[in-house]
Structures are given as C-alpha cells and as structure tokens.
Design a protein around this ligand. Sequence first.
Ligand code: ADP
Ligand code: ZN
Length: 792
Amino acid sequence: MIARVTLEIALRKEFDYFIPPELADQVDVGSRVQVPFGARKVLGCVTGLAEESAHARLKPILKVIGAQTLVTPKILKLARWIGEYYCCAPETALKSVLPEAVRHEQANWRERLYVRALPVNGELPKLPKRQKEVWRILEERRELPLSELLALAKTTAATVRGLEDKGLVAIAPEISERDPYARDHILPSQTLPLNPAQSSALAAIITSMDGGKSKVQSPKSKVQSPLQSRVQSLESKVQSPAERPSGTTPQAPVTEHATRNTQHVSPPSTFLLHGVTGSGKTEVYLQAIAHALEQGKGAIVLVPEISLTPQTVERFKARFSSGPLQTLVAVLHSHLSAGERHDEWHKIRQGRARIAIGARSAIFAPVEPLGLIVVDEEHEHSYKQEEAPRYHARDVAIVRGQMEGAVVVLGSATPSLESYYNCGKGKYTLLQLPERADDKKLPVVRVVDMRQTVRPGKAVPLFSPQLKEAIARRVEQKEQVILFLNRRGYSSSLQCPLCGYVAECPNCSVSLTYHRHEQKLCCHICAHTAPVPAVCPNAKCRNPAIRYAGVGTQKVEATLAKLFPQARTVRMDSDVLKRKEDYRRILGDFRVGKIDILVGTQMIAKGLHFPNVTLVGIIYADLALHQPDFRAGERTFQLLTQVAGRAGRGDIEGEVFVQAFTPFHPAIQFARRHDFEGFYQQEMEFREQLKYPPAGRIALLTLKGRNEEKVKFSADYLKRELEKAVGDIKGLVLAGPAPAPLLRAETYYRYQIMLRAQRMAALSQRLALLIRSLTLPEDVTLAVDIDPVDLA
Ligand code: ADP
Ligand code: ZN
C-alpha cells in the first residue's frame, strides 16, 4: 500500500510514500507521520491511500505519531473546505486542526510512579518506624503517586522500597492525567426551570436536534417581522442573495439556483440566540447540551479567548460532572501547558470527554458523534484567525454543523450584522430572549456631550463634570466603577473636539486615517488623500485647534489619582493582560472589593460579572466610532451594549456614562435605547449603498515588505492581474491599492487591495488559481483574507 502524505512544509501537493509492513496496521488516512524528504525528516499527515504510485522507488514512512489517527476523516474534510474557501494551501489548513502539543507530540502522556498497597497475608510484619508511617498512609489511601506519598510521610524512596521488598506494596509507572482544574472544587449545579422565552428557544433547538421541522415561523410565511420585510426589500435591490460559507457545500461551490432550492427542503439547523446580557443564554446552552448527551452525542462550546475564564468553564463542568449524563468536560485553552493540552485533547479523541469547550481552534475538537455546536458571543472578532489559515470559527462551525448533521447555536446580546441578515434570509432561525432572567433591570445609559466641556485653547478634558460627580458618589457609597478607554488610546482619524466633525472618505464613507508624520489624510481602502485642514472645515465651527492628541490608560489612571486620591485605582490594559497571573490577581482583587476603580481597554468588557459594579464609564466613545473601518459603528454599538451589560448585575441598579464628541451618532443613540433592531436597519442602509458585508462580500489582499517601492510596484502588478482574472465577476468592485494603516512599531510597508463582490464562492476559487500563478519579488509577501473582520 501507498500513503499519500501532505507535508507540513509549504509545497501545496501530496507525496507518495511506501508503508513498511511493520507500520501497516498503524497507517490510515489521518495518521500523522514522519517521512524522509531529501536529506531531512519532515512531519506530515496521510491524506489518502492508494494501491500504486506513478513514481518508482518510493521511500518508506519512518514513524507514526500517536496511537490513533489524529485527524479524523471528518476533520480532514473540514480542513479541505478551509483550504479551498479561505484560499490557503492544504498543509496550512491541516496545521490548524490539531493543537501544537498533539501535532508534534512534544508532550506525551505523563507517566508517574504509583505506590499501591498489596493485600496482607496473615500478620503484618513488624515494621521500622518510618515504614510503619508510610504503611499507615497507604492503608487509608490504597494507591497514590510516589512523590505525593513521600511528601506526606516526609521520607525518602528507600523507605518505600523497603516495603516493596517485604511484598507489602507494588511500585509501578502509570499514566497520570494532567487536570488543569484539579484544584478547583466544583459543586454540581441543577437544571433550572426555564422562563417562557428560554423554553421556546430550547424547544426549537431540541426539535431540530431530533431531526424534526422547527416550529419557529419560516421566513416565507405570511406574517412578516420587520426584519423579514426589511431584508426582502433589500433583496429586491441586490437581486441576488448574499451568501455566507454556509451557503456553499464543502466540495464544490453551489450555484445560486441550488442554494435557493435547498433553503426550502431542509429545516434550518443554525440558530441565532439573540438575548440581552443576563437573559439566561447559558442555561439554554446547558440544557441543549444535555439533550445532545441524551442522544449519545457530544457538543463543542466556543467562547472568545478572553471569556474563557475559570468561572465560565466551571458553569459547564458543574452541570456535567455528576448525575446520569456525567461526562468529562475537556478545555482547550492556550493558557494551559503543552502537557495539559495534550491530555485534554486526547480525552476528547478517546471519547471520554464528550464536551469540548475552548476558544477559536476548539472548533476542530474531534468530538464524535457531534450533536451540537454552541458559539457564544458569536459577533466577537477574535473568532477570526489573523494569520493563515484566516478562518472564522463561527463560519467554520456552521459548515461543520452541516457536514456532520449537528445543530449550531450562535448566541449574542449584539449579533453580528452577518448573522442577523442570515436570519432574515431564512438561513438561520432567530430565537430571542428579550428580558433578563435574573430580574435585574438594564442600566440607565447617559450620553454626555463632550463638546460642551471643551474650552478653546485648553486641553480636551478626560472627564465631564457629570462623570466626575458620579464616580465620587459611587466610590463614597463603597460601590465599584469600571472605566473604559479604546484599545489604542489615540485616534487614528481626525476629529474636531469642538463640533465633532470627522474627516471621511467621499468614496468609501469610512474615516480617513490621519498620518501625523506626513501631515495628510488618507483612505486606506481606495487611497484617496486629502491635506490636513488648518481649521475645522465645518462652516459653523472653524475651530483652529482641530487636532488633538490621544490619551492612554496611564494618563487616565494618573488623572484619577489626582481627582480621587482616596480611591484605590488599578489599570488593566494589554500589557497587564499578557501576564496571566496579574490579570487573575487584579480581577480577584476587584471581585473581593480591594479595588474601587478599574481602568481598562475594552478587552475587559467581555463576560465579567461583578455584582458591586454600579457605574461604567466610556471615556471617549469616538475613539471606537471613528476607526477607519466600515464596521466601526457596529463595533461601537456592540461595545456600548456589552459594557452596559457589566453594570447593575447585582442588587443595585447600575448606570453607564458614554462621553462622546458625536453624541447623536446612531450607534450611540440606538445603544442608549438598547435597540438592536433599530440599529440594524439603519446600519444596513449604509452597508447596502456601498456593498459592504453583509450586503456584499469582501476579500482583502495585503502585500507586505520592507522596501516600499517594491511593495507598491507589486501591488500595482497584482491589481492588473486581478482585473484580468476576476474583473468580469458580476458586481465586482476593486479598490486600491492603498497603504494599510501602519501599526506603531511596524517596520514593514503594507498595501491593500479590497475586492467586493456579491458572492464569495466563485471569487475565492478564482483568487486561489491566480495566486498560484503569481510571481512576486522574494521579499514581498501576499496575504489573502476572505471575509476580513478587522480593517482598521
Ligand atoms: P447570559 O448568558 O444570557 O448572559 P446567564 O446565563 O449568565 O445569561 O444568566 C444570567 C443569570 O440568570 C445567571 O445568574 C443565571 O443563573 C440566571 N438564570 C438563567 N436562567 C434562569 C432561570 N430560568 N431562572 C432563574 N435564573 C436564571
Ligand atoms: Zn476611500
């Protein structure tokens, strides 16, 4: 037999190897193997088997990694889809489906010496004092790791060997599983009786899991929700349905016609659970997972990395660690050691853990058979991988669900426009939980017009009098405060602090990027440039001090120290978040009330639950709002809504202050009223006009290199090639090349070309072909990002 092997080195093809007889029963499709390649030994994955090969004198496979095939046929199929859809080499796609620790087996099962008490025949012989002490412990514990025994008995291995010589104990190596949560004492949790909204959501999910028709209204029925009628009117304008990867089958791109037909035949098996923060989405997930277990199937739960806290994991472990449905819950987390990751992954592969919970890459967990995939906070951008393969875990989840007949539940308080749009299209079923399950009121959101606080010739203040007063009051009442500042802490756009004017691109409707060094404004989508105005262009304003510098979290912390010397203030930003001990310690201190005011970037907005936080402030909402990205408004709406969900989770009603120079911006106003539907409709109009997703689809091509001339030249060449290769695709818009917004510490030049089309399948296929035939200078690299999420 011949094995076709996809090597890890980038070669874009399979190589044939001969399977030596001694490995014959270990090699299968999906096996990880080591093979000779030239003078080297390289790792790869068997992606096919054949009777014969076109090549003579094949080299043999040297070694098989792991006792089982590591890539199951289902995951292999998923990897192939990723390679095709996201335009990347098969080996790149394959690399991402196994955790590093499993792929290289750098970590293996840990073996430890265990000491076991043997049955005593007759009288116990007289023992020396130390041996007697060891024996006493063993009589009680029967078996335990040698190292633990030695620590308990405060003795050396010689003592235990003495007992072994007397035939009283056995010492032998055993696999000792690493359990990252071993030290946590998790109390079992009971199934909660659901409220009516939760019940009907769960019923729809369960009906679908049972293979029945969902009772939820179909979009073709006569009664229309505002969303449905809205989408239909959009549809008549677009004249062709936009599609998500879910609209394509993995093997071949489907025609528009086929997509339409299948929509009516199969009941939708993807649900969007839109529930305000605290509405009890997690309880719905838990009960749906219980149903999967009852069916003899397993589940995958995806959570954004930042929300994958011990608290979150505990909620799942607590429900399934005992009782009739008891199973192991495996956690796939980048904070685990390589050894822990190895063990957690194999628990799933061996079927001992039927529930896998983790961040993005947990979507490849080999849970089999798979009944349910939950994607919590489905709108989160961290589900998109920023390096090749640039997959979106939510979209992969939907494709995987279709391939394996698993039901997919996307959950969010602020769904992505993409997912909400797909509900209107009838691709997903919308389930809503409009009320908080815990009877806590949503906090009052106060928008503060920062233009009122600016005095000509003076620095722009950080705190409005209203926010200052509120902080003082809350701190005095021994309540807690969280203050947010945008991730970057400085503005990449140009905004007038007096009137709120923002420089925008006339073609693309995104903020122009302010290049401080060159003193110019530039659109990084279409390359439109404009000079920096000397005074505010707004005729009613004419402010000569239009440029203001940004502030960082440090500045906020320093100002707070001055304003509230008696309050205990702690800053938490990306520097702190990198050190996980500090992160945990700060959150721990905050939870127990050792900190009054927590200042952080929006990274801390997610999923934290602090009952004593009654005030949340967003210092400059504009910093998020005027990022040069067409999703800036959506992101701000999400941020404000998520942040509002942090306040008032306890017994005291909470309040939120949003400081902004553009207080009447729709993203802020709809968030203030907790009105997602209103925001959606307003925002879709804009997306529709410029064919931004979800009204259209985007591929972003980025060229990168140290020599700007070369990068620019290559970008122009790429654009000409693109015009030839894909220019005839219906509705195609080619924008750029334009210089990408430069990251602060970057020494590379980047130029981008943005492609917009109505559908993606045809475009990504042709792009893949073009890329293979392209010859670029050696020091210029090309990155293809299908469905990019972060453009700023
Ligand atoms: P979400 O995931 O939507 O943010 P959670 O699942 O965290 O909401 O629920 C918020 C709170 O409400 C939790 O404390 C949870 O235990 C509680 N809860 C959820 N469902 C119910 C219910 N049916 N009855 C009582 N309390 C509930
Ligand atoms: Zn532009």
